[in-house]
Design a protein around this ligand. Sequence first.
Ligand code: ZN
Length: 341
Amino acid sequence: MSRRRRKTWIFLLGLCTVSLATGAAVRLWADWPRVALAPEIPTPTSSTPFEAQLFPPLPHTPLPSPPPPTPSPSPSISFSSLSPEESDTVAISISGVSATGTARGTFASSNISFLRAANGRWVGLAGIDAKMAPGAYPLSLTLPDGAVRRETVQVRARDYPVTELAVTDELRKKGYTPPVIATNVAAENARLAAALAGSPPRAYFDGPFVNPLDFMENVGEYGNIRVSGGVGLRHLGVDLTAKIGTPIHAINGGKVRFAEELTNYGKTMVVDHGLGIFSLYLHLSEFLVAPGDVVARGATIGRTGNTGYVLAPHLHFSMRLGPASIDPLRFLTAAAWAFEK
Ligand SMILES: [Zn+2]
């Protein structure tokens, strides 16, 4: 072997050795980054924090301020009276409450008739029956936001007058003797019971009540115990004097539930105002609407007369509020307070 050829072999062997060593080193280096760094993740190249490159800072624009929280309205609850007399109406006026939800309540063992008036106020009407025993009764209110308020209602006795009612010859000729009158009243009350049931749980009105007559003169007090021929009957209405043919107005929106002529009560109409609130109009000469008709507040629904057991033309006006018979004139006063307060 010549000297020149030996030198070449050594060079080639040396180059191969270096290549093998370099190749191993390159493979080791190339495998490691594939595990440690995903290809799409940039390699940190400076002192910039790694997180800052992944999530570059957003331009500094201030976020809009959240709206201020709506302050909870503070409810205002007023009562027409918490010490009413028998036959009174306790009116409740609630304002400053949330627009959603419903006001409810109970008085003694009955639900209070509650409606949302057009002005946004809640109006509640609780009847004290004419014969409710005087004493303390619980009243509970649940406001639209669920808050509960409890009160005690102190019912006071009402001094009902007792009067003698003469049976005139004219009435006797018509067959209105005391026993017949008592029998008729029982039978007619039973017929009216059906008309005084099934009132819808919503009101047919959202505003104040009006008087049934344009001119109001009470000549027959509510609750008066009338004794005639040894038979006593409590007068559960008021007698409003009116000449025959005077227009009678619906005291509020409602649905006519009854319009028939009865022996004692004469031509009788019942209007259901919803929520268990009824108005009754007796001794009419004429009906101007029929059962099933929906009437507006103040609509002329009939005309006064002298039909049935009467001494003179007048309108006998009665009201029922839930199970309670109430003084209708005191109801109108209490309801006016609640709606206009
Ligand atoms: Zn009467």
